[in-house]
Every structure is written in C-alpha cells, then in structure tokens.
Design a protein around this ligand. Structure first.
Ligand code: 13P
Length: 250
C-alpha cells in the first residue's frame, strides 16, 4: 500500500514572517494526521529556518534543486551534504522551470539524481510534456525518455527510494489541470515502464501529479488508482488551500 504524499513547492516565494505563519498553521492541523506524508520545499536560503520550525513536526522538508558535485568551486550551488546537514529529506529534480529557464539537460538531472540517491535524500523526479508535444501525441514518448535516461545512468534501483512527479508543462501555473483520466493514463504508463525493469519498484513507487492542483480538483485526481498525491505550487502558499488539498486525500 503506497502512502499518500503531498509536496508543497514554494518556488521563489516567501519570507521569514510568511514562512513562519504558513508552517505554524499547516503543522497545527497536520500533526494529528498520520495518513498523508506532507513535505514542503522552501527556497534553500530558508532551510535553516524551516528545519528549526519543523523540529518536532512530522512534516518533512525538501529542496527545490541541488548540485551534482560534492563540494568545491561551484559558486551559488548547494550540495547534497549541506541539505543532509539541515535534515532535508527530499529534493525536487528536473522541474520544468529548471529544465526550461536554467536549461538543465536530462544528463545533468541524472547526475543530480545519482548524487541525491548516494546522499540518501529522496529525489522527486519531475517529468512532463509541453502542450505541443501533447497535441502531437508525444506525451508517453517524452516522459519515457525523461525516465529512461535516469535508469540508464543510475540504474533501476535508484528508483527504490524515489518519487516521480508527473507535471504537464501546460498545466503548471495556468489554472488548467490535466483531467483525472489524462493523469491516470500517464501515471499508469510510468508504472508500466518501471515494471519492465523491476516489478516491485513499479508497484511501490509514489507517482504524484502536479499542475494547477487545488482544493476543488484534488479529490478527483486522488481518486485515480495510480495517483498517489500531488506536487502543489501556487496553492501551497496558502495554508487553508494546502490543508484542503491534504484533506481531499481522505
Ligand atoms: P502550480 O500548482 O502553481 O501549477 O505549480 C505546479 C508546480 O510546478 C509544482 O512543482
């Protein structure tokens, strides 16, 4: 039985006061709830604040990116060891905003994935197609390739303690979400691909959906057999919205 997982990706939002208020409200409501695993991903600069605030909380936290390098002359980068130091247990990798705006390649993402696995930080591999790719019926192909390259470089065992987030690019921040059926079809395809390499991993891995998830559409998405939770952007910045998405799982 896969545990439900809801991750809030704060992207480049928040400040000390806002983070404090948001987490206080979320943790008060969440800590009595064992069913769902909740993770927040703040900007790295606030990781120390978040680690202190969540010291006695079951809410976990993750980073939005990490370097593939161990340490050294990499100005502006953050290593897996640094994230580990602050008790960070997840890292988002291959988010489309990093693929598009920072030109991260599949190979770079695979290197980061490998670094995260070695540091025992759970990678959350984000995959997804553009609108043009969906319209040209390339969705499955694009996603299969994004996953294949990780399997080739890291090996299927790398997915033993990983999460996959299906985030169609056309649904991110647009208010337009994939239909539950569209999400289910892709999630099932992801599991079929993994099953070709390792049946247990394909059955146990959490595959979550991201792209304009809100309290209204979450329930129908979560009702799908292969949708194990959500990667939430905008709606994770408001405590009530985020909590309502968590409640939708129950
Ligand atoms: P929105 O929920 O704002 O569409 O963002 C989704 C996302 O990119 C989460 O990583």
């Amino acid at each position: 039985m896969r545990q439900a997982l809801i991750i809030g990706n704060w992207k480049m939002n928040g400040n000390l006061a806002e983070n404090d208020e948001l987490l206080n409200t979320i943790s008060k409501s969440y800590d009595s709830n064992d069913e769902i695993e909740v993770v927040v991903c703040p900007p790295s600069i606030y990781m120390a604040q978040i680690s202190q605030q969540l010291l006695n909380s079951k809410i976990k936290y993750g980073a939005q990116n990490v370097s593939a390098n161990r340490n050294g002359a990499f100005t502006g980068e953050v290593s897996t060891a640094m994230l580990h130091d602050l008790g960070c247990s997840y890292v988002l990798l291959g988010h489309s905003e990093r693929r598009c705006l920072n030109h991260e390649s599949d190979e770079q993402i695979a290197d980061k994935f490998s670094a995260a696995v070695q540091a025992e930080i759970t990678p959350v591999l984000c995959v997804g197609e553009t609108l043009t790719q969906r319209q040209s019926k390339e969705t499955f192909l694009v996603i299969a390739e994004q996953i294949s390259i990780i399997i080739e470089e890291v090996g299927i065992k790398g997915f033993e303690h990983a999460v996959i987030a299906y985030e169609p690019i056309w649904a991110i921040g647009t208010g337009e979400t994939a239909s539950p059926e569209q999400a289910q079809a892709v999630h099932a395809q992801i599991r079929r691909q993994l099953a070709e390499h390792d049946l247990n991993i394909s059955k146990n891995i959490q595959v979550i959906y991201g792209g304009s998830v809100n309290a209204d559409n979450a329930k129908a998405l979560f009702a799908q057999q292969d949708v194990d939770g959500a990667l939430v952007g905008g709606s994770s910045l408001n405590a009530d919205d985020f909590l309502n998405i968590c409640k939708a799982y129950n």
